[in-house]
Write a protein that binds this ligand. Structure first.
Ligand SMILES: *[C@@H]1O[C@H](CO)[C@@H](O)[C@H](O)[C@H]1NC(C)=O
Ligand SMILES: *[C@@H]1O[C@H](CO)[C@@H](O)[C@H](O)[C@H]1NC(C)=O
Ligand SMILES: *[C@@H]1O[C@H](CO)[C@@H](O)[C@H](O)[C@H]1NC(C)=O
Ligand SMILES: *[C@@H]1O[C@H](CO)[C@@H](O)[C@H](O)[C@H]1NC(C)=O
Ligand SMILES: *[C@@H]1O[C@H](CO)[C@@H](O)[C@H](O)[C@H]1NC(C)=O
Ligand SMILES: *[C@@H]1O[C@H](CO)[C@@H](O)[C@H](O)[C@H]1NC(C)=O
Length: 571
């Protein structure tokens, strides 16, 4: 009997072993204050993060004593250096483009700081940054020429997406500050930088997604077409032919774009077929015909994650529903080099937006019940076993609306911000449950915290051309050689409003011989849109520091197709 039992147990353990994965212990470490709120947080170099906020009473000052609303965060000193900006960058979208410049677009018109010289209206703003080679950010500046380089129309809350030709697609947004985005104020259209058309392209999809269509969740698929989710609907957009094709709606009435901010992530693309699957987690199933004043910040968010594979078979199968162990809204998804997705920040109840729900006057926040403990989605596990909070402890700092999180080149997750109200509010102010939060935390995996042996990329090429091989020198600790090895090419994304826009992991084919790692670049610009990338080596779940390189020819957009055509089932 006992023997039978132990036999059953060992079979079970063996089955589980097929999905075994190192359980990383994660620790929040607080260090430094950001000086501005990283409403937008972008990993730009091995040592620096870029932070964009709004002009509104930030403690960080420019050399002449005026307040900054953009900064470079130094990951070694844990301090911010102000960046001079002309236009207001609040709630902008953006992406790196094919020549390595980070482009940020749109923003807000208002300045909340009394007496200060107002920034220029940011809504048509185009800001060009980098590449920044100085480890401290010396001489790295934001370039703006608002009179000559600007969007075609005003936009607030758009998504920025790097296309397969390396240029930026600017998706939707609003014309003004708002909770909902109805037809009277919505910019339900697309434009591009550099421009492709005389006028913005109207989008029936974005019209149909009103009034919950700000920051539409968007990804470039291995077919080169764009997958988009907003409100409770999804679609495929073909940039070349300007055609929209409706795809299955999100199940169970769940809505995921702002102000019902769920987070959507493209899961890792793997050779040889690079079949794309997207995961949409959290948001709200509230009725979008109900006005904000009739909502409460105690309305439960959804615990639904749904995923769909964007191939003909996957679409026929539809969205597969999984349930998180808790409800979540305003959550950021941070994809890790091993392909798992960390769900972090946000709240269990309420909505996005400035205080506008019926009971917000009590807290000055549209959301309540902060989600303090991150949640890990283990991508390679079978359905039903993917969520875990093992190894993940809670932070003590609520990260509500206007918080962000992004993986750094060092491999820790930088977590910062939160300011659900339209001004800077000091801790302890009565009536404000969630004062403006400047403290920075790093969610740190045990192998970094304990200085345990990690894979090290000794020398990597500065550039990787599509479908070409490159050989790099790596050191993999012998203790990790038994486990699975992965080589990940990543865009760490432009984090804002519960969305890490452009974030992507492509697993590369590779062989390791001695200390020599030969990798094969993605076959073409559809699999990885040309532009900067981070290369990570993962051995038995332990990842190296990331090395930045340029994927593709590095030229100004638009770039012609590069690489080779492949058979992919991607729609
Ligand atoms: C301070 O410097 C910033 C950045 O150079 C400039 O935009 C702003 O106008 C200056 N303010 C004053 C009061 O001189
Ligand atoms: C914060 O960073 C400083 C500067 O690198 C370092 O000396 C200090 O030990 C850090 N504090 C914590 C709690 O890690
Ligand atoms: C920054 O610019 C100054 C003035 O042009 C120059 O002297 C300095 O070497 C530059 N620093 C870096 C790190 O490029
Ligand atoms: C999506 O939401 C709209 C209201 O905004 C509703 O009319 C429609 O039935 C919903 N569609 C699905 C598939 O749930
Ligand atoms: C807050 O809003 C609720 C719902 O609108 C209202 O009943 C209540 O009187 C308000 N409280 C304050 C302090 O304004
Ligand atoms: C990158 O391309 C954009 C668009 O053509 C251009 O404005 C920008 O100056 C370029 N950046 C560099 C570093 O050449």
């Amino acid at each position: 009997m006992l023997e039978l039992f132990s036999l059953a147990l060992s079979i079970l353990l063996c089955l589980l072993g097929a999905f075994a994965e190192r359980t990383i212990q994660w620790t929040f470490i607080q260090n430094g204050t950001s000086g501005v709120i990283p409403v937008e947080l972008i990993t730009i170099s091995p040592t620096l993060m870029l932070l964009y906020d709004r002009a509104d009473g930030n403690p960080l000052l420019l050399p002449n004593g005026t307040r900054a609303w953009a900064a470079l965060w130094n990951l070694e000193t844990h301090t911010s250096t102000p960046l001079d900006t002309i236009t207001d960058t609040f709630c902008a979208g953006g992406a790196f483009i094919s020549n390595g410049t980070l482009v940020s677009v749109a923003g807000q018109p208002l300045s909340f700081e009394p007496g200060a010289p107002p920034p220029q209206d940011g809504r048509m703003g185009i800001r060009l940054f980098g590449p920044c080679v100085s480890p401290t950010g010396e001489n790295c500046t934001v370039f703006e020429d608002p009179a000559n380089i600007h969007l075609k129309v005003v936009r607030w809350y758009p998504t920025g997406l790097r296309l397969a030709d390396g240029s930026l697609m600017v998706i939707g947004g609003s014309t003004t500050d708002t909770f909902y985005n109805p037809a009277s104020i919505a910019q339900s259209n697309f434009e591009f930088f550099p421009s492709k058309d005389a006028n913005p392209r109207p989008s029936q999809f974005l019209v149909d997604a009103e009034p919950v269509n700000m920051f539409p969740r968007s990804f470039v698929l291995p077919s080169g077409r764009i997958f988009m989710v907003a409100n409770n609907i999804s679609q495929l957009y073909d940039v070349e032919t300007n055609t929209e094709t409706r795809l299955p709606p999100l199940p169970n009435g769940v809505r995921v774009a702002n102000p019902f901010d769920g987070t959507v992530q493209l899961l890792p693309l793997s050779p040889p077929l690079y079949e794309p699957t997207v995961l949409a987690c959290g948001g709200s199933a509230s009725n979008d015909a109900i006005p904000a004043i009739d909502f409460s910040n105690l309305d439960p968010a959804t615990n639904q994650c749904s995923r769909i594979t964007l191939t003909p078979a996957g679409i026929a199968a539809g969205w597969e529903v999984e349930r998180m162990p808790e409800t979540r809204i305003l959550t950021q998804s941070v994809i890790l080099p091993n392909g798992d997705v960390l769900l972090i920040n946000g709240a269990h109840t309420g909505y996005s937006g400035y205080p506008s729900v019926g009971n917000a006057n009590l807290t000055s926040s549209n959301s309540a019940n902060p989600a303090m403990r991150p949640l890990l989605y283990r991508t390679s596990f079978p359905a039903g076993q993917r969520f875990t909070q093992d190894g993940l402890s809670a932070s003590t700092i609520p990260r509500m609306y206007h918080s962000s999180a992004s993986i750094t080149a060092k491999g820790v997750i930088m977590v910062a911000g939160s300011n659900p109200q339209p001004e800077v509010v000091a801790p302890g102010t009565p009536g404000f449950a969630f004062p403006t939060e400047f403290r920075v935390e790093y969610l740190t995996p045990d192998f970094i915290l304990n200085n345990a042996p990690r894979p090290v990329i000794e020398n990597a090429p500065k550039q990787l051309l599509f479908n070409q091989q490159a050989t790099l020198k790596v050191t993999v600790p012998p203790s990790l050689l038994q486990g699975t090895m992965q080589v990940s090419l990543m865009d760490t994304g432009y984090a804002t409003h519960a969305q890490n826009s452009n974030s992507r992991v492509v697993f590369l084919e590779h062989t390791l011989e001695g200390g020599s790692l030969t990798i094969t670049a993605p076959p073409n610009n559809f699999i990885y849109p040309p532009g900067p990338a981070w290369l990570f080596v993962v051995a038995d779940g332990v990842y190296s520091e990331g090395v930045m390189l340029m994927v593709g020819d590095g030229g100004n957009p638009p770039r012609p197709n590069q690489g080779i055509e492949i058979a992919t089932n991607s729609i």
